[in-house]
Design a protein around this ligand. Sequence first.
Ligand SMILES: Cc1cc2nc3c(=O)[nH]c(=O)nc-3n(C[C@H](O)[C@H](O)[C@H](O)COP(=O)(O)OP(=O)(O)OC[C@H]3O[C@@H](n4cnc5c(N)ncnc54)[C@H](O)[C@@H]3O)c2cc1C
Length: 437
Amino acid sequence: MMNVLEKAYPARALPRRCVVIIGAGFGGLACAGALGHAEVDVVVIDRRNHNLFQPLLYQVATAALSPADIAEPIRRTLGRYRNIHIMLAEADGIDTQTKRVMLKDGNAVAYDQLVIATGSEYNYFGHDEWQRFAPGLKTLHEARRIRHRLLLAFEKAEQTKDPAERRALLTSIVVGGGPTGVEMAGAISELGRSMASRDFRTIPLSDLRVILVEAGPRILSAFPEHLQTYALGYLEKIGVDVRLGAQVSDITMEGAVIAGEMVPAGNIVWGAGVKASPASRWLGLEGKANGRIPVDSKLRVEGYEDIFSLGDTSVQSGDNGAPLPALAQVAKQQGHYLGKLLAKIDTIEIAKPFHFNNRGNTAVIGRNAAIFDFGRWTLKGYLAWILWAIVHVYLLVNFEKRMLVTLQWIWRYLTRQRGARLIDENDREDVLPAARR
Ligand SMILES: Cc1cc2nc3c(=O)[nH]c(=O)nc-3n(C[C@H](O)[C@H](O)[C@H](O)COP(=O)(O)OP(=O)(O)OC[C@H]3O[C@@H](n4cnc5c(N)ncnc54)[C@H](O)[C@@H]3O)c2cc1C
């Protein structure tokens, strides 16, 4: 089978080393960027043509931003590097004997060094059938599905004469009290209140219900206790019904069973847990914590000299021996480190091991409310929210996106308006039955 570079450049007999990167998320993109202009050929394979800024997906799901504000074509970001080749394709295996990445379309790509950066996916804990009724928040498609369901439920609620049906339509259930669940619950509650009071005529605020379900005893378990308490208080103030120590035992077309009680809902969002992409299985590895591929201090996959992994799909120990968290800042720093390492592969043995520089953990809870944990000190409330906004704008992929998002945020903050509240006629089928009747 031909290497993709042999096909595209038949005159060149692969004069250079070839690094293949699977996945152009936070980690893969940083790795490729660090290899730009290096004396290697780089092939970046992704099943999407865009890099997605997942931390702001909840704003697309709640109609604050448009999909294009947080997604950037990979070719636009990496196109300026003549040594980087981009492939829109889905990897579904690795032949470590012949050193080839197997693609779903039957093709294969040969590598000298391989980087696996395929991220993570939602874990439905053995109930994948729930995914249909309770989308997670990982892709633009899922964010749009949630947005359609929310908006459509309001439209239907405005028209129904049946109070029980209206209450069901206006009930949103968010499963999982981590940062994603908290961000979603806060944003849905604020969106609902703003729409009900400004844009709709027959929706009483008292019928709006956002239920945040967390199986553990606290929300935001990775944050210090006083920040958890602040977040809980703020959510309750904006009308979120937080149910701690409550298990979701079933999710159907009608709603979710929470602590044994069936709660009819027009919208359910899943944010309860993630697992690594299936890449560990391609290597026949068990995968540690939630299927993540164990890597050493230089991001090498145990047992392989030429295969590396980073970001959410791998697990690496930090300086204190604990696994590094599945965060964008970890993936980005690892990607940058690995790109530099792979540019000069001969020096890998004497290269310094990867060191994670923790820039703080954050979550936004609502308008004017966020939390930051920098280890030695913490921040909460309005100042944390301003800092959260600055950091997230800065992390967006380019200047154009930064300007667009900043202007929209300032405009919406001042006018209290929402952004992309569009429902297409084709979206009407993709709703829970409460909103379809
Ligand atoms: C809703 C949400 C909010 C978040 N908020 C924050 C936050 O505020 N701060 C923070 O630090 N982190 C946050 N995170 C976590 C952060 O987004 C991840 O840690 C980060 O994206 C991991 O980067 P990665 O490169 O490992 O994977 P990803 O960025 O997920 O990229 C993986 C890439 O691999 C591609 N891919 C996967 N499988 C294949 C395949 N088989 N073939 C080809 N391509 C494939 C995907 O299309 C994708 O482009 C959030 C995550 C979510 C979902």
